[in-house]
Design a protein around this ligand. Sequence first.
Ligand SMILES: [Zn+2]
Length: 157
Amino acid sequence: MQRVYWTVDLLEAHVIAGFLRAEGVDAEIFDVDFVRQDWLAALAYGGYRVVAADEQADAARRLIAHRRANEFVLDEDDPETPTCPRCSSLDVGDDPVPRRIAWAFLFFFTHLSFFVLPFVPFKWRYRCITCGKRWQALPKLPFRDLARQADVADAAR
Ligand SMILES: [Zn+2]
């Protein structure tokens, strides 16, 4: 194992190690539980060291440099936020109205809200900034199916 990255930020170390594992590198944070016992002395312990297998260390360093240079690009063909069904604008935001209705209910009818809130459809509501259209766009796949796909992909590695 070789050190490929170090930081004094535990979360950053987890993000980097997780990123490397997602890219197929056998990476982990060395002595993470020991170092985080005393975060004032974390620097004296050498910080949080992300280590990778010897044969993958160079690839890991390249991936980290690539990531720091912000050279990874999201797939533009599959955006998380949908386009407007009326004007096809990408300038789409979260629709706050259903959430506000739910909160008004919570404020004025506290004793009833317990029964009403689960039925207020405020998830996946979007509003077009350009034309004002409001709509609900359910995710293409439910979380259950995404989790199954991730399990299959993990098993295939
Ligand atoms: Zn629109």
